[in-house]
Design a protein around this ligand. Structure first.
Ligand SMILES: Cc1cc2nc3c(=O)[nH]c(=O)nc-3n(C[C@H](O)[C@H](O)[C@H](O)COP(=O)(O)OP(=O)(O)OC[C@H]3O[C@@H](n4cnc5c(N)ncnc54)[C@H](O)[C@@H]3O)c2cc1C
Length: 524
């Protein structure tokens, strides 16, 4: 197995090439995908993430691998076709994390059945050979059977369609591991603090190891800014008065118990009271409900849901379920920022702002990639590296990621077993219990997660903090924030043993985690 040990990776950073082919800044979907594309073509690649992988938007999505039914309604056929193709590749290359999910659109007037059926048949056709299954109209009775809990008054029937569903942060971690397997160095807790320039051209970065505080001067033939909603911070280091490229738009989700809509299917509400779509999705044994679209002017790594967003989600979902979830039923609430590419004119309506990705080369040769979505990360990466090859004059080599399995890829996982998310690593993880039977013990009596998963996260998945484990390796923080706070001391103790940390570190970790997790608990 490849080494993911921080000390070894930093050692390699010191001894590796004097000049990297590609330096990627940002360890979300876009940066990780870009580093993987570069490394798998054989370029010497380094990726630096200031916090943890997927700490930003990439752990806060709706967990859909989709073409975007909504973009079809907006007539953006090219975007939908491209995303449906990528959806098919993800199901093939990360089969342990991406599943084919059926969605039902309930119809409350006579015309919406035929209307959505026709639209969704077009959606299937656009997927071509990579279709996830045909859309079809279903009766009122079948809609009620498949969506127990759906409001029956005025219901005519439903339309079923298929899309992908995944675990976003786990895919990011597996992408980081795949990058390392392909020869890249990827480091979390390594912040790029400045750009290195010579004759007005970028020749590298200055970066700080956020754990040791040590500063590194790192040279590269190309520097890629894949920092999501933070792209303008780096762009302004390059050109101080540059107009912002990104307009952040916040989206929130709430998570509630599965009893509000038991069953395997997801619910798609095609038109909320502000004209958006809202999803109610089964996810890791709970229901994930979202999202919103709130233009904001600030950005941070820990965005907080606004009261009006929470009310919006509860109000709209309440119109469709017989037993409406209330504030007290919310197990967790989380927010994320879409790094939408801002329009030139500066329109305030984010629905009108392009969902396509933007690839920009600055006069200094800094390459910035932003916008797009998780589903299209691979395509964004391919476009980026193609541009980099041209401007950095790298030896041209073909992109290989469409056929590259992502770490853990396994078609035959048993989704009733919560360890299926480890894919082909599941047995190796369970073997840890032989080393120490205590690691078979659950982290929380009401949750399936076991201590061995913490050990695995530290040894093989570069987890450095309690939050890394509870938010992005096992997803407890995103499923039940109070339970996450309860298990934090157990996780901190185990991590302290594994990382040779003292009691003060352990206590600080619990306090830091509690501080963050309290923002996911809905009070009042
Ligand atoms: C509410 C919501 C729902 C969504 N749902 C879906 C969905 O269902 N399906 C889908 O396909 N897409 C979805 N998206 C879109 C998708 O999540 C994003 O397009 C994607 O995650 C963006 O990834 P990124 O890597 O560009 O940004 P990020 O994930 O934010 O990554 C950027 C990273 O850069 C790091 N960084 C910043 N500055 C520095 C620095 N100086 N040095 C080092 N690192 C730095 C940050 O810490 C961060 O980790 C959704 C988005 C939102 C907000």
């Amino acid at each position: 197995m490849i080494t993911t040990k921080r000390e070894k990776l930093i050692e390699a950073l010191n001894s590796e090439p004097k000049v990297w082919d590609v330096i990627v800044v940002g360890g979300g979907a876009t940066g990780l995908g870009t580093a993987l594309d570069a490394a798998s073509r054989g370029y010497k690649t380094l990726l630096l993430e200031q916090s943890d992988f997927a700490k930003g938007t990439s752990s806060r999505s709706t967990k859909l691998v989709h073409g975007g039914v909504r973009y079809l309604a907006q007539g953006d056929i090219g975007l939908v076709r491209e995303a449906l193709y990528e959806r098919g590749l993800l199901l093939k290359n990360a089969a342990h994390l991406v599943k084919n999910e059926s969605f039902i659109i309930p119809n409350y007037n006579w015309w919406s059945g035929p209307f959505y059926t026709i639209g969704l048949i077009l959606y299937d056709l656009l997927a071509g050979k990579l279709s996830f299954g045909r859309s079809k109209h279903i009766s009122k009775k079948e809609t009620i059977n498949r969506l127990p809990g759906i409001r029956q008054k005025g219901l005519y029937g439903g339309v079923v369609y298929h899309d992908g569903q995944f675990d976003d942060a786990r895919l990011a971690i597996n992408l980081a591991q795949t990058c390392i397997e392909q020869g890249a160095i990827v480091l979390n807790y390594f912040k790029v603090t400045d750009l290195l320039k010579e004759n007005a051209k970028i020749i590298g970065v200055i970066a700080r190891d956020m754990e040791s505080g040590k500063t590194f001067t790192i040279k590269g033939k190309a520097v890629i800014n894949a920092t999501g909603v933070f792209v303008d911070d780096l762009l302004q280091k390059d050109e101080p008065h540059k107009q912002p490229l990104v307009r952040p738009s916040q989206g929130i989700h709430i998570v509630v118990d599965k009893q509000f809509m038991p069953g395997k299917d997801a619910l798609m509400i095609p038109k909320t009271d502000d004209g958006r779509v809202l999803f109610v999705l089964p996810w890791h044994g709970k229901l994930l409900i979202g999202t919103t679209d709130t233009p904001l002017n600030e950005h941070s790594l820990e965005p907080r849901a606004l009261e009006e967003e929470i009310n919006f989600v509860l109000r709209n979902v309440g119109m469709y379920l017989t037993k409406a979830p209330e504030r007290k039923d919310v197990l967790t609430v989380f927010a994320g920022f879409r790094p939408l590419a801002a329009p030139q004119e500066g329109s305030a309506k984010t629905k009108e702002i392009s969902r396509r990705h933007k690839l920009i080369v600055s006069p200094s040769r800094l390459v910035t990639i932003t916008g797009g979505k998780w589903t299209t990360y691979r395509r964004m990466a391919q476009d980026t590296i193609e541009k980099v090859v041209e401007i950095a004059k790298l030896n041209p080599r073909k992109c290989v990621t469409s056929d590259l399995p992502i770490h853990g890829n396994d078609k035959n996982v048993d989704r009733t077993d919560h360890l299926h998310i480890y894919g082909s690593n599941r047995d190796a993880l369970l073997a840890l219990v032989k080393e120490n039977p205590e690691w078979a013990v659950k982290l929380h009596p009401e949750l399936d997660y076991i201590k061995a998963e913490v050990v695995w996260a530290v040894r093989h998945e570069m987890a450095r903090t309690v939050e890394d484990v509870l938010a992005r390796r096992v997803r407890i923080l995103f499923l039940d924030a109070k339970a996450a706070i309860e298990v934090a001391p157990v996780v901190a103790k185990l991590m302290a043993e594994l990382l040779y940390k003292d009691k003060a570190w352990e206590n600080q970790q619990v306090a830091d985690f509690k501080n963050i997790a309290e923002g996911y608990v809905l009070v009042g």
